[in-house]
Every structure is written in structure tokens, then in C-alpha cells.
Design a protein around this ligand. Structure first.
Ligand code: GLU
Length: 445
């Protein structure tokens, strides 16, 4: 890493002790930014990096609620409003027991660059709670969401901060959160949240967008080598919203998706995952992959283990951070991997990224490859602002344009900085320069 940046990084790490995921996200970005600072010493003078690493505002709050047996439960809520240079803070809410400030900050930090890359007017933020929706009744989830919003409402708004979903927060949770916001504020402010239901201000394609976008981005990478998804053997990790829609899109382009996973194990389905059945099991019944394996028949379910033990030519990690390590990456490379598109945020460890890049594997980092979700959230905001709703076809066309645009911008930036095909460099520099220019223009704030 560039010595000037190394010193700034050391200060950031020391100022944010114990936040390993945030440190990892910062280091990954800093490693790309040396050449930008050679060309733009004004960024150093204005302390753009130091400011970028310090969230504009961090909110931590108590979330009390009662479970179905009448017992009081206490969770911790977070919203990190990281950077508003390009627009209102924008980013999802994650409800998962692993959530703490370091996770929210890594996600918020990534979101700044991701949102910049979309070309849409959105800043970066993220939030969530250590609440675990798994195994909770609808009524418990509703009471939790209502309590969470009873504090959050005062910090958000269509011109201030626009949350959406992430792990553990889907259409059901957004519905309860929106209802409580509306009740407290007495405003039908559609643009305050995205990922809403289609009949009350949501956008078509938003549910599919992250998974679809990841595959579109990966397809663009494959095209640079004269290849496509047609005939690829694909492994996807996860089986939530992002994974399911990545599987659907990859299969529609002629790939065979042979495996996917959940937190208990993974399924190998050599004939290709049956997406309709997977949707029914996961989205309608809120079931597990064991239920899929049982109903599908003739497939292998592996309890525990790693889905990355399954050979693939294309890997789409769509589960969670640091799920794919250096050893797994080396094994995949040995067995013929050609491309990786990150549907999750930071799913590959730094070792894994190094292995992929050294082996010449096409590697699309999450902040570029999975930007289709938040980009379509911005399209939802656009429809809300104009009180309009677009067709599926039109919205999907916009999503495709945006993803191809992100790919091309990352590739062009990598070329410009002398490292063709390095999408990590392209995404980090491309996102950073846009935000840095805006921060410079807006003065010392
Ligand atoms: N949580 C998603 C992400 O990681 C989407 C955020 C949004 O739509 O605001 O980008």
C-alpha cells in the first residue's frame, strides 16, 4: 500500500478498534487508491480519505419488544449515515444475530462506492439489528419492526436517509416498517423506504434486481473473453433472495446451476436447481434446503461442509461476508474456475481475492457486481417521486443498462490506471473519484 495511505489507514484502524470487517473493507479500498492520489494531490490536502472513513452520523438505539409468550426482549438497533456527498444516505437494514457496529460500518462503507458506481444520486448508509427473525412468528417480527421504527423514524426521510432490505429484511419487514413510519409521521412518504410491495409504491424488478444484476455483470465480464453463461457449470452460495434470483437468471442464460447452500448445508443438483421449487420452499414456506432436497428427490444434500467443494466454472457467492477463503478459492481455481461474481457484500476474503487475481480468473467485486439491487431501489425512488410505476420490461431494461454501464466504467478505469481486467481496482477508483470530487466541491463538512 502507498505509504501516505498506509499512515491514514493506521489511524482509521486505531480509531475503530475491534471492528474487523470494517478494517477489511477499508484496507481493500485503500490498496487500490495509491495511483489516484498521485494524480490528485488535492484529495490528500482536503483529507478526503480521513473524512470518508468517519461516518457523518452513527445512531445506536435500544429496541424493546415482547415475544409471543409475553417476555420482554431487548435488541440493539443501528443506522450508520456514512456519506451524503452524492445524495441521501441509501442502504439496507440487516437483521441477523451477528450484527454489531463493525458489520454495519463495513456495509455502509462499501455502500458509498457501490452507490456511486450506479451513477444514481444516492449517498451511502446502512443499518440493522442483532435481532434474529429466524423462528419468530409474524406477530413477533411485526412488534420488533414497529419498535425499531419508533426510534428510526426521526432519523430518516426521502431527502435524508432511505433504508431498504438486506439479510433478514425482505418484503414482510419493509411492510411493517413502512406502516409504523406512516402511522407515527402521518405522512404517506413512499420514498422513505425501498423494497416496498408492488401495490403500495414498490418497483417491479426490485426483488429480482440484486441476483439478476450480479449475473448481468458477470456475463459482461465473460464477454470480454468471448464467453457467456451458456453451458457454464455454476455454483451459487446461499438460497435467499439474491441467490434465488441469480440462479434464475443464470439458468435463463443457458447455465446449469448445480449447487446452492444455506447455513446448515448445501444441495448438489446435477440436473440444475429447480428454481420454481426453491422459491416455493424458501419464499412461501420459509423452509430449509433439506425441504428442497426431500421434495425434489434424486439430489445430494450435504450437512455442514462448504458448497465451494463443488466444482464450477462460474462461482456466484451470494450468502454473506467472508464465506469464501483462500483455500476454497485455490481449490476452485484448480478445478477449472473462470469467473466469480459477488452477489453478497465482501463474500471473498482478501486471500481468496488474491488467489483469483493471480490465476487470471475474472473477478467482479460485490460493490460493482451486486449494485443492481440498490440501483433498482434508486429507480423505485424515482418512480415514487414522480408518482409513477413502470412496467417490468422497462425497469429490467434500465437495470441491464445500469449493470452494463458499471461493468464498462470499472473496465475503462482499470485500463486507464494501467491494470486491464482488474475490476477491484476499477470499482474502487471509479466509485472513489466520484465521491471525492463531490466532497471537494461541497467544502469542509
Ligand atoms: N442491501 C442491499 C445492498 O447491499 C440493497 C440496499 C438498498 O436497496 O438500498 O446493496
Amino acid at each position: 500500500m502507498d505509504a501516505r495511505l498506509e499512515a491514514i489507514k493506521d489511524t482509521v484502524l486505531a480509531r475503530n478498534p475491534g471492528e474487523a470487517e470494517f478494517h477489511q473493507a477499508v484496507v481493500e479500498v485503500f490498496e487500490s487508491l495509491g495511483p489516484v492520489h498521485d494524480r490528485h494531490p488535492e484529495f490528500l490536502e482536503a483529507a478526503i480519505l480521513e473524512r470518508l472513513c468517519e461516518p457523518e452520523r452513527q445512531i445506536i438505539f435500544r429496541v424493546p419488544w415482547t415475544d409471543d409468550s409475553g417476555r420482554v426482549q431487548i435488541n440493539r438497533g443501528f443506522r450508520v449515515e456514512f456519506n451524503s456527498a452524492l445524495g441521501p444516505y441509501k442502504g439496507g437494514l440487516r437483521f441477523h444475530p451477528s450484527v454489531y457496529l463493525g458489520i454495519v460500518k463495513f456495509l455502509g462503507f462499501e455502500q458509498i462506492f457501490k452507490n456511486a458506481l450506479t451513477g444514481m444520486p444516492i449517498g451511502g448508509g446502512k443499518g440493522g439489528s442483532d435481532f434474529d427473525p429466524r423462528g419468530r412468528s409474524d406477530a413477533e417480527v411485526m412488534r420488533f419492526c414497529q419498535s425499531f421504527m419508533t426510534e428510526l423514524y426521526r432519523h430518516i426521510g426521502e431527502y435524508t436517509d432511505v433504508p431498504a432490505g438486506d439479510i433478514g429484511v425482505g418484503g414482510r419487514e419493509i411492510g411493517y416498517l413502512f406502516g409504523q413510519y406512516k402511522r407515527i409521521t402521518n405522512r404517506y412518504e413512499s420514498g422513505v423506504l425501498t423494497g416496498k410491495g408492488i401495490s403500495w409504491g414498490g418497483s417491479l424488478v426490485r426483488p429480482e434486481a440484486t441476483g439478476f444484476g450480479t449475473v448481468i455483470f458477470t456475463q459482461e465480464m465473460l464477454k470480454t473473453r468471448g464467453a457467456s453463461f451458456d453451458g457454464q457449470r455454476v455454483v451459487v452460495s446461499g438460497s435467499g433472495n439474491v441467490a434465488i434470483n441469480a440462479i434464475a437468471k443464470a439458468e435463463s442464460l443457458g447455465a446449469t446451476v448445480v449447487a446452492c447452500s444455506d447455513s446448515s448445508g448445501y444441495v448438489v443438483d446435477e440436473a440444475g436447481i429447480d428454481v420454481a421449487l426453491l422459491r416455493e420452499v424458501k419464499e412461501v414456506q420459509r423452509g430449509r434446503l433439506t425441504d428442497y432436497a426431500e421434495r425434489r428427490g434424486g439430489v445430494t444434500y450435504v450437512d455442514g461442509g462448504s458448497v465451494w467443494d463443488v466444482d464450477a466454472t462460474v462461482a456466484l457467492p451470494c450468502a454473506t461476508q467472508n464465506e469464501l477463503d483462500g483455500d476454497a478459492a485455490a481449490r476452485l481455481v484448480r478445478n477449472g474456475l473462470v469467473a466469480v461474481g459477488e452477489g453478497a457484500n465482501m463474500p471473498s476474503t482478501r486471500d481468496a481475492v488474491a488467489v483469483f487475481q493471480e490465476a487470471g480468473v475474472l473477478f467482479g467485486p460485490g460493490k460493482a457486481a451486486n449494485a443492481g439491487g440498490v440501483a433498482t431501489s434508486a429507480l423505485e425512488m424515482q418512480q415514487n417521486a414522480s408518482r409513477d410505476s413502470w412496467s417490468f420490461e422497462h425497469t429490467e431494461e434500465r437495470l441491464t443498462e445500469i449493470m452494463v454501464g458499471i461493468h464498462d466504467r470499472c473496465a475503462a478505469t482499470a485500463d486507464e490506471y494501467g491494470d486491464p481486467g482488474n475490476y477491484v481496482l476499477g470499482a474502487n477508483i471509479g466509485g472513489f473519484v466520484k465521491v471525492a470530487d463531490a466532497m471537494l466541491a461541497q467544502g469542509l463538512i
